[in-house]
Structures are given as C-alpha cells and as structure tokens.
Design a protein around this ligand. Structure first.
Ligand code: MN3
Length: 338
C-alpha cells in the first residue's frame, strides 16, 4: 500500500508538471463556424497548430525559471526567454484569445462602456473596423492585429509579427489585448487562399462583442496595466543599453567599450537617478532610491578611477563593473516586485 501511494504520487507529479499548459476547448464545434471559417481550417488550426504551440511551450520551459509560471508572467518577461519560449508562449496565448472572441451565433454589439471608449478613440465602430483592417493588411508575412487597452487605459490598434503580442516586454506598443486577429496564412488559406481581405471580413462578422466588452472592462482593472507602465522607464532602458554593452564585453575580456564609455555610463546613471520613477504601487520606493544613489556613486567612482588612476588594471575595472551590475539588478528587482 505504501509503495502504491508513492507510485501514485509520482504519477500525479508527472502529470501535473508535464501538463502545465493545456489546449483549451473551443466554444463551438468545428462545423458551427461555417461558412465564415471552414470546418477543416478550424480543426487543423485548433488540433494541430495551437496544440503544437502548447506542446512545444511545455518542452521549452522545462527546467527554466519559466516553468510553473502563469502564462502572463512569462509574456511580461519574455526578453529573458529563449526564442522557442517566445514563439510558443505567444502562439498559445494568442490563439486562446482568438477562440474566445469568435462566435458564429450572435450579432452582438459592444456594451455602452466599450462603445463610448471606441467613439472617444476612433469616432465610430466602423472607423475601428477600418483601422483593424489596415493593421491586418499591412502586416507583412505572418502576425497578428490587435485592439488593446494601453498603459493609459485607452484603446489602441496595433500589430505584431509572428507570434509576438502586446503583453511581451519586447513589443513597442504595449497593453492588454481584448481582440486579436490571426493573419497567418494557416488561419485562412484552405478557404480563402491568398485573399486575406475576404478572411478579415469573415472574422469581423463573427466577433463576439459580449466577450470583447467583458475583456475591456477586466483589462481596465487588471494590475498588468500598472506593471506594463512601470516597465516604461526610458532612462532605465538607456542605462541598461550602455551597461550591457560595456559589462558583457568586459566579461569576455574586452575592456575597450568600458574604457571608451565610462563617462557615458556615469552620465546615464546620473540621469536615471534624477528621472521620475514611473513605478506604480511601489512599496519599496526608499529602497529603490537607495539603490539608484549607490549606482550613481559607483559609476562616478569608476569614471574617476579610469580617468585619474595611472595604475588601472582590467581586474580592478571588472571588480567595479560587477558591483555596478549588481546595483543595477537591485534596481530592476525592486521595479518588478509585486
Ligand atoms: Mn494561427
């Protein structure tokens, strides 16, 4: 009995860990999306393409810090992930949203709240439709067109390449997507061949505005918006650029970048320290300011060290650079804290 329990426990663990992300069910049968989307396309899109993203995502995250993390968390930190995680986490998220917002059954309308937001940003629903259409048509190759709630809580139409999406920290225009249109050829080729235009009209006529409206209202209250906003700190990004170019070169024994740019690094640290901290809901503001002050002081010391000291050695530069890099990560860590 004891062994049986152990075996059962191990079995459960294996199932739990190997099934971390799973393929969601569709709301309707494949046939019910006809004639807007043909049954064969729906079936292949769901059981082959989407399933493929799920399977490969689970494989790609195994043994990485992204294992056992919610999908949104993976996407918000995707700049630290491999290309395999990026493509498959995006693919899984994007298709899950796509299935949710399609319905062959109703001719629904946006709720009053969403309608008002649409009018405020686009004038009328038809102008939004035109904007989305343009975003779909101008996306070269494969990708997605989006209606998002951006960090200011406003509606915005954007598009991304491949399986990227607006949650990812690598995307230029960020926000929470409430409507996404898949413009990969696999979404329409069987029925519409190369006529992406016809396919977009078909999709537009089966949008479930009840679900999209609900997603709009949820997005406005979602803490992810604040987290995206806090990620938008230009001075931090500029400092990061100089830091990584000089530090990572030095790690590979190339000290020319830091010899050339120590003054720039000091200036960027000064600008960072004196910039407005955009982080919302930050509990640790005093800690953050302390780390920024330390960073500024350390870069100033490194600058003086290289400029004035005649006995500059690579080892000493490296030691100081590591300390600067540590302080920088303190800052990043405090920003990302929830
Ligand atoms: Mn697809």
């Amino acid at each position: 009995m004891k062994y049986l329990n152990t075996i059962l426990f191990c079995f459960l663990q294996i199932i739990l860990f190997s099934q971390q992300h799973t393929l969601p069910n569709l709301r309707f049968t494949y046939a019910e999306y006809e004639p807007f989307i043909d049954m064969k396309t729906m079936e292949i899109h769901h059981t082959k393409h989407h399933q493929g993203y799920v399977t490969n995502l689970n494989k790609a995250i195994a043994g990485t810090p992204f294992e056992n993390k919610p999908l949104s968390k993976v996407l918000l930190n995707i700049s630290n992930a491999s290309d395999a995680i990026r493509n498959n986490a995006g693919g899984h998220y994007n298709h899950t949203l796509f299935w949710e917002i399609l319905t062959p059954k109703t001719s629904s309308q946006p709720t009053e709240l969403l309608q008002k937001a649409i009018e405020e940003t686009f004038g009328k629903l038809d102008s939004l439709k035109t904007k989305m259409h343009q975003a779909c048509m101008s996306r070269f190759g494969s990708g997605w067109a989006w209606l998002i709630v951006n960090e200011e809580g406003k509606l915005q139409v954007t598009s991304t390449t491949n399986q990227d999406n607006p949650l990812m920290d690598l995307t230029m225009e960020r926000g929470i997507p409430i409507l996404g249109i898949d413009v990969w050829e696999h979404a329409y080729y069987l029925k519409h061949q190369n006529k992406r235009n016809d396919y977009i009209y078909a999709i537009w006529s089966i949008l479930d505005w009840d679900v999209i409206s609900q997603k709009y209202e949820e997005a406005l209250k979602d803490p992810i918006l604040a987290s995206i906003k806090s990620d938008n700190w230009p001075e931090l990004k500029t400092f990061h650029k100089v830091m990584s170019n000089t530090f990572h070169a030095a790690e590979k024994k190339d000290f020319k970048p830091i010899i050339d740019r120590h003054q720039e690094l000091m200036v960027k640290a000064y600008l960072l320290k004196n910039s407005e901290i955009p982080v919302l809901n930050l509990n640790d503001r005093p800690k953050l300011i302390k780390s920024l002050t330390k960073l500024e002081k350390q870069t100033k010391e490194l600058d003086e060290f290289i400029t004035l000291n005649k006995k500059v050695t690579n080892e000493l530069i490296m030691k100081k650079l590591i300390a600067i890099h540590d302080s920088f990560h303190e800052v990043i860590g405090l920003c990302k804290e929830e």
